[in-house]
Design a protein around this ligand. Structure first.
Ligand code: ATP
Length: 219
């Protein structure tokens, strides 16, 4: 997005995930997106009780603490704890409605998710209402492709804007697809490495690795 694209509504992003643990695939993508879309800020939002998977063995408090360590010192990224503070399953729609209430109609809200996550979006609670509250920004992820046919492909096509500057025209309702630096890092692989006693160094911040070691996580 060029400087000229910064006219229109300011944009705030929210990037939800299990972050079990947070790694450079998340962090570098988050920062590149902040700069690409000129986001005012991007909240990394750990899911307390992910609706789509078994409760992670690592507690939400630990996962959030690792996100907080990872974003320390980068003022454009922050850790949003709202899903830890809310009882019950962590539904994205509830968080978007809360964020929209806080931001008001004068700010665009961008929900960020990876290409892999968008594939099962139709299983998300009230998925068709997500665009009533936010834009959706789908980011590339190595090893994953967007669907070419079916409900998700149609939904993407119906709402997609080619030019991300269009996200500033209204507070919600559009889908942008952004190709970012490919980083083939996954939390599953990091957990497996650690459980096998191998080093995960350089795949995630050292502060997060130190936290994992101190708290004896993923053994
Ligand atoms: P797991 O391996 O446990 O499933 P993960 O590495 O996929 O974890 P999540 O916390 O589940 O991480 O992902 C949160 C969000 O970050 C999702 O939208 C996912 O698509 C995206 N994401 C995760 N890793 C990357 C990556 N390497 N590049 C781009 N996006 C990513």
């Amino acid at each position: 997005m060029s400087d000229a694209g910064a006219s229109g509504l300011p944009l705030v992003g929210v990037f939800g995930g299990t972050f079990n643990p947070v790694h450079y695939g998340h962090l570098r993508s988050a920062l590149e997106l902040v700069e690409r879309l000129q986001l005012v800020r991007l909240h990394l939002m750990p899911s307390a009780q992910p609706p789509h998977r078994e409760a992670p063995e690592c507690s939400a408090v630990h996962r959030a603490a690792m996100v907080e360590l990872a974003v320390a010192g980068e003022p454009r990224l922050s850790c949003d704890l709202r899903e830890l503070q809310r009882a019950g399953k962590s539904y994205m729609i509830d968080s978007l409605i809360e964020l929209r209430g806080e931001l008001g109609a004068g700010t665009g809200l961008c929900m960020v998710l990876g290409c892999d996550a968008v594939l099962d979006i139709t299983t998300w609670y009230r998925w068709q209402e997500l665009l009533d509250w936010a834009h959706i920004v789908v980011i590339s992820r190595p090893g994953w492709e967007l669907p070419q046919e079916g409900d998700v492909a149609q939904w993407l096509q119906d709402h997609r804007v080619e030019d991300a500057n269009r996200l500033r025209d209204r507070p919600a309702g559009c889908i942008a697809i952004e190709e970012l630096r490919p980083l083939a890092i996954s939390a599953t692989e990091i957990r497996e490495m650690l459980a096998a006693g191998r080093s995960a160094r350089y795949l995630l911040p050292q502060s997060v690795l130190d936290y994992i070691q101190t708290n004896k996580l993923y053994r």
